[in-house]
Design a binder for this molecule. Structure first.
Ligand code: 5GP
Length: 203
C-alpha cells in the first residue's frame, strides 16, 4: 500500500519571508514537496500570474466553491478571500506526495482541526520593527495596505503558540534550513514507518 503524503502548513505575518522560504523548500531534492495554489478574490499584483501564484476568481465564484464544499479551508484576510482547493490537496496526499500550504493563521487552524496530523510551522521576524522595514522595502503594496497588514500582526503572532513549530527568520538561509530539517525529521518519525511493510520487503 502506498504511504500517504504529509501536509505541511506554513504561516507568518505578511513580509516575514514565507514566500522565499517556500520557494527554497520546493527546490530541495531532499523534500520533493507539492505546493498548493490557493484561490483568492484579491486582484493580481503586477508580477503575479493566474494559476501560478493564485487562481484569481471573483466573489461569486468563491462563494460557490464554499457552498459546494470545494475548499479545505478559507478565510477573509485583509479584506479579501483566500481558500485552499480541497480535491487537489487530497489527491496529492493520497498519491503519497507531501503537500505544502502557505496560508494565514485562521486557515491553518481550520486545517489542523480537519486533519490533526498536519504539521503547522509559524515563521516569525526577529522583531516587529524588522517586519515593518521589510514590508516597506518590498515595494509591492501601498502605504495603506502596509499599515492595514501591520495592524493585524500582533493578533496573528499571538496564535503562533497553537502551531507545532516556530522558526525565526533572522537569516533566510538559516531559516530555510531549520524548516527543511523539521520536515525531514517529521518524515522520519517512527510512527509513520511501517515495520510490517519493511519486514515483508526484506524477505
Ligand atoms: P497575499 O495577498 O500577500 O498573497 O497573502 C495574504 C495572506 O493570505 C498571507 O498571509 C497568505 O499566507 C494568506 N493566504 C494565501 N493563500 C491562502 C489560503 O488559501 N487560505 C488562507 N487562509 N490564507 C491564505
Amino acid at each position: 500500500m502506498r504511504k500517504k503524503g504529509l501536509l505541511f502548513v506554513i504561516s507568518g505575518p505578511s513580509g516575514v519571508g514565507k514566500g522565499t522560504i517556500c520557494k527554497g523548500l520546493l527546490r530541495k531534492d531532499s523534500l520533493s514537496l507539492c505546493l498548493s495554489i490557493s484561490v483568492t478574490t484579491r486582484l493580481p499584483r503586477s508580477n503575479e500570474e493566474h494559476g501560478k501564484n493564485y487562481f484569481f476568481i471573483d466573489d461569486k465564484e468563491f462563494k460557490s466553491m464554499i457552498d459546494k464544499g470545494e475548499l479545505l479551508e478559507w478565510a477573509e484576510v485583509y479584506g479579501n478571500y483566500y481558500g485552499t482547493p480541497r480535491k487537489w490537496v487530497e489527491k496529492k496526499l493520497e498519491s503519497g506526495c507531501d503537500v505544502l500550504l502557505e496560508i494565514d493563521v485562521q486557515g491553518a487552524l481550520q486545517v489542523k482541526s480537519k486533519i490533526p496530523e498536519s504539521i503547522l510551522i509559524f515563521i516569525l521576524p526577529p522583531t516587529i520593527n524588522d517586519l515593518k522595514e521589510r514590508l516597506k522595502s518590498r515595494n509591492t503594496d501601498s502605504d495603506e495596505v502596509i499599515s492595514n497588514r501591520l495592524k493585524h500582526v500582533k493578533d496573528e503572532i499571538e496564535k503562533a503558540v497553537q502551531y507545532d513549530y516556530i522558526v525565526i527568520n533572522d537569516f533566510i538561509g538559516k531559516a530555510l534550513e531549520r524548516v527543511a530539517s523539521i520536515m525531514i525529521a517529521e518524515k522520519c518519525r517512527a510512527e509513520r514507518f511501517s515495520i510490517e511493510d519493511y519486514l515483508k520487503g526484506s524477505g
